[in-house]
Write a protein that binds this ligand. Sequence first.
Ligand SMILES: Nc1ncnc2c1ncn2[C@@H]1O[C@H](COP(=O)(O)OP(=O)(O)OP(=O)(O)O)[C@@H](O)[C@H]1O
Ligand SMILES: [Mg+2]
Length: 218
Amino acid sequence: MSNLIEFNDVWKTYKMGEEEVNALAGLDLTLKEGSFTAVMGPSGSGKSTFLHIAGILDMPTEGTFRIKGKDTSRLSSKEQAHLRRNEIGFVFQRFNLMPQLTALENVMLPMIDEDLEKAKKLMDRMGLAGKYNKRPGQLSGGEQQRVVISRALINDPSIVLADEPTGELDSKNADAIMQILQDLNKKDGVTIVVVTHNRESAEFADAIIEMKDGKIIS
Ligand SMILES: Nc1ncnc2c1ncn2[C@@H]1O[C@H](COP(=O)(O)OP(=O)(O)OP(=O)(O)O)[C@@H](O)[C@H]1O
Ligand SMILES: [Mg+2]
């Protein structure tokens, strides 16, 4: 399988007044198409920063990040947006559901080619049949998370990036979410990167990466 994403000596430095924080400090990592990777590590070790760069939501301060062989820092903002929309599905807290929209409307929000039947089919597959017209506030935490995953998949991304998708769920719902991600990986060949604090969730992946101080330690 070919390389889908490549981090080459990536540094991400935040300036806070006089102080500098190296959220990433020389990260090297290559992920192949069709891989399923869990990322673990203590709070502040750079896991979310890593996912933001992988999702082209942020740029390295130094080093190169490539997706499908393209150095993202050399792309125009339009090309970056195109990649984000067409290739990447996000399961991030910062992309929360819109409370005033129904579950179905939330799923269809980023849809490029509007297709009601496709959206419903996807929700059915996620175990959300009959929940189309509920608003997020009327759904359980596990159901909301499955709406978020449906929305992430609506444009058939080649990669799904998930930041603690099971963080607020009990272990039964957490396992159900991880099972969905595993199915997507095994049956549809979607490349998956999931950040988690939960060892049990991480075990669903084929490889576990441990981060510390902005680097991969194993
Ligand atoms: N926008 C920002 N401005 C300044 N510092 C930041 C910013 N984002 C992250 N940091 C710092 O970079 C480091 C890595 O943060 P990051 O959010 O990537 O950690 P994390 O591994 O995701 O932690 P957690 O498990 O708590 O979510 C931390 O020291 C954090 O305070
Ligand atoms: Mg984080």
